[in-house]
Design a protein around this ligand. Structure first.
Ligand code: NAI
Ligand code: NA
Length: 396
């Protein structure tokens, strides 16, 4: 079939297998272009492995240090005439290429929050790998059904205390306008912590530890975000920020629980990037389009794969983790540089519907957004008929 982008609000309902494949192959090429390491991870479990930072982590592990990888994700398979979600095609492309290159790669598609998917993953580790030396936790989800109680939690992206008013951009139309977000109420904070906090990460670790499948010197990393004062009210000091506080605190608990195997739990604070998760957050798209402009001009712009390559090779598997005061790894260091933030703040004051195309990188934002779904990818012929019924070769 011929597949075209079909957008509704912040999401795209279709995705393109060839474009997704090209994105994955480009990321693989990027990692292959970097010096290979001998001390990188060898047996890796990635939770949230199909898109964004999780996919980049899987690719960096496999192609940076020839790691065997198991990916867990929640993606929609294709049906006749209806394309799959992009993470499905990404995983199909990754596993196809990995197998060609003689790398072990298998995956499990389902709800990572459930006991059932955890049990299946444990079984696969036992059968195929024996143990893992790294677990990347890169879930981004709006909902979680608690596996013990069956209660369904919904996360919200709201400020705490006061209504937050600031500009945002609809990146489809380029219209910059003021929006107000009402403060959270009721159980919003607890619900958001239940979904995006560290409880599920800890549950994974507790299970795998109790079943003795974590190697000596095992490492686990989850991803967090801080960002500038501009977005603070809705991000870091909002409901999602409370969940990130909880996630960050969980890293220390995990380290405590892994003392006997010298295991370590870390949080890495990553840069703001266009992903399915971040395009749904108000204000962030305007910030990102200005940030991209400034960082590209300075020659320090990075995507997910560049971020994770730096995380692995210059932090996690390097001599010095360069932890901040709160014990976190920072690969948002370039985003947060004083000169970069000062420039973004200046531009922010001038950003209107009329000025944004010049002072911001709206085009870059849009391209990245469509790229997430395999569209507008360079070198792909979109007039060519494609088979939407692509299989993931290592799917269990
Ligand atoms: P993403 O939306 O690209 O990836 C989410 C992944 O989680 C996908 O693989 C998806 O299949 C999987 N997933 C979602 N619900 C699931 C479930 N119930 N069971 C199994 N898998 C499920 O998101 P992104 O942006 O890569 O986010 C990953 C982490 O990085 C998040 O913790 C996010 O807060 C963090 N982060 C994101 C930043 C950004 O700007 N995008 C910046 C810094 C941190
Ligand atoms: Na991810």
């Amino acid at each position: 079939m011929i597949i075209e982008p079909k957008t509704r609000g912040f999401i795209c309902l279709t995705s393109h297998p060839t474009g997704c494949e090209k994105n994955v192959l480009n990321q693989i090429d990027y990692i292959k272009s970097k010096p290979s390491t001998t001390n990188g991870p060898k047996k890796v479990l990635v939770i949230g492995a199909s898109t964004g930072f999780g996919l980049a982590s899987r690719i960096t592990s496999a192609y940076g240090s020839e790691a065997s990888t198991i990916g867990v994700f929640f993606e929609k398979p294709p049906s006749e005439g209806r394309p799959a979600s992009p993470g499905w095609y990404n995983s199909a492309a990754f596993e196809t290429q990995a197998h060609k290159d003689g790398l072990y790669a298998k995956s499990i598609n389902g709800d990572a929050f459930s006991h059932d998917i955890k049990a299946q993953t444990l079984q696969l580790i036992k059968e195929d790998l024996g143990e893992i030396d790294m677990l990347i936790y890169s879930l981004a989800s709006p909902v979680r059904t608690h596996p013990d109680t069956g209660k369904r939690y919904k996360s919200v992206l709201k400020p705490i205390g006061d209504t937050f008013t600031n500009n945002t951009v609809d990146f489809h139309t380029g219209v910059v306008k003021e929006i107000s977000i009402e403060p959270c109420s009721g159980d919003d904070i607890d619900n958001t912590i239940a979904v995006m906090g560290g409880e599920d990460w800890q549950m994974w670790i507790d299970l795998l530890k109790s079943e003795n499948v974590l190697s000596k010197d095992f490492k686990t990393v989850a991803y967090s975000y801080i960002g500038p004062s501009l977005t603070e009210a809705v991000y870091r000091k909002g409901t999602i920020g409370k969940a990130k506080d909880h996630l960050e605190a969980t890293a220390f608990k995990i380290t405590d629980s892994l003392k006997d195997i010298n295991g370590k739990g870390y949080v890495s604070v990553n840069k703001a990037l266009v992903t399915q998760a971040s395009s749904a957050i108000p204000v962030i798209p305007l910030y990102i389009s200005l940030l991209y402009k400034v960082m590209k001009e300075e020659g320090i712009h990075e995507g997910c794969i560049e971020q994770i390559e730096r995380l692995f090779n210059e932090r996690l598997y390097a001599e010095d983790l360069q932890l901040d005061d709160a014990g976190r790894i920072r690969v948002d260091d370039w985003e947060m540089r004083d000169d970069i933030q000062a420039k973004v703040l200046e531009l922010w004051k001038d950003a209107t519907t009329e000025t944004l195309p010049n002072i911001g990188d709206l085009e870059g934002y849009k391209t990245d957004f469509f790229n997430l779904f395999g569209f507008n990818v360079e070198g792909v012929d979109y007039d060519k008929d494609v088979n939407e019924m692509v299989a993931i070769p290592g799917l269990q």
